[in-house]
Design a protein around this ligand. Structure first.
Ligand SMILES: Nc1ncnc2c1ncn2[C@@H]1O[C@H](COP(=O)(O)OP(=O)(O)OP(=O)(O)O)[C@@H](O)[C@H]1O
Length: 312
């Protein structure tokens, strides 16, 4: 049985006219860590989050929070907090009033407003109107609203989008601290790089389908493989020498080679024997973006193969 703060999605589907937004998604989001929900624009992330939050009805399948559909939760804000659109605050309303109003309508004590303002660092501007807030401040206000009911589950759609480096750093640390308290934290992004150093687990989607459900460390290790990188000013010669011995060689950056299929010692001896100078030889460490490109490349090929089979 999944814990009662997990998010469970099973065989979820949603069409908008001829567009398949979500195409049979199944996954579980566990508490105690930040899970990244990543995919290109239009992949179906927002639609999935809206269905989990009961704002859109699925054509079929289920989305549950703590084992129950959102619509059946007694005090939803105390179970799940969400930030879907940081612009969804009346610009003429003061930050504190926006939160007081939300607290009032949801039976949440006023003291929580003071607490969440403090938590997101907005206490000093609490009496200013939201219309004058920067995007970063509006995101913080949205997160404060999500935290009002002190929920164990947090769902944030693109919380890093448009933030300056300081804001990004703050939100990363903040989300990780919420997860470390045992909460379930699901954040979406269309940029894999945004999730580096934040998410511990990743759900990757493309065209409404799940491409990967993986631990970030495992994904990076798999992508890194047994590859090594090195620097040399004589790229073409080095590539020829190594490829002749069966290595797969690519030049991804100026003066830098990535070599797969040969042990490091063999690469060193081959280049030395050929009199090709090189430096900075090391085990390759993949970035999340690289891992993402490999995943989505696989998915495209799969789609093409399937299409070929279907038309043959
Ligand atoms: N209300 C709607 N009416 C019609 N089509 C929609 C609607 N909402 C989403 N779509 C379509 O469904 C698909 C998935 O959209 P969705 O917004 O869920 O993707 P996303 O992954 O969140 O993208 P983004 O990163 O751009 O927000 C897209 O093709 C989109 O145009």
């Amino acid at each position: 049985m999944p814990p009662d703060t997990a998010i469970e999605v099973s065989a979820l589907r949603k069409h908008y006219g001829p567009t398949t937004a979500v195409d049979g998604l199944t996954f579980t989001v566990a508490p105690g860590k930040v899970t990244g929900f990543v995919g290109p624009n239009g992949a179906g992330k927002s639609t999935t989050l809206r269905m989990i939050l009961g704002l859109d009805a699925p054509d079929s399948g289920k989305a549950l929070i703590g084992g129950r559909p959102y619509a059946t939760l007694r005090d939803p804000l105390t179970v799940v907090g969400a930030l879907l659109d940081a612009e969804a605050v009346h610009p003429g309303r003061r930050a504190v009033d926006h939160l007081l109003w939300m607290a009032h309508y949801n039976g949440i004590p006023r003291r929580r407003v003071t607490e969440v303002l403090e938590q997101v660092g907005l206490t000093s501007v609490a009496k200013k109107r939201a219309g004058g807030f920067s995007l970063g401040m509006r995101q913080r206000l949205g997160i404060a609203a999500a935290l009002l009911g002190d929920p164990q589950v947090l769902i944030l759609d693109e919380p890093v989008n448009g933030l300056d480096p300081e804001g990004i750093q703050w939100i990363r640390g903040f989300l990780k601290s919420l997860a470390a308290e045992g909460r379930t934290v699901l954040i979406s992004s269309h940029l894999m790089g945004e999730l580096q150093d934040t998410a511990e687990h990743l759900l990757v989607i493309g065209r409404g389908r799940l491409l990967a459900d993986t631990d970030v460390g495992e994904l990076l290790a798999t992508t890194s493989g047994n590859r090594i990188t090195l620097r040399t000013a004589r790229l073409p010669e080095a590539m020829t020498v190594l490829a002749r011995e069966g290595a797969t060689v690519s030049a991804n950056a100026p003066g830098t080679l990535t070599v797969a299929g040969l042990p490091g010692e063999r690469v060193v001896s081959l280049l030395t024997e050929a009199g090709i100078p090189f430096s900075e030889i090391s085990a390759h460490r993949a970035s999340l973006e690289e891992a993402y490109l490999e995943l989505t490349r696989g998915a495209t090929e799969f789609t093409a193969d399937t299409a070929a089979l279907e038309t043959s």
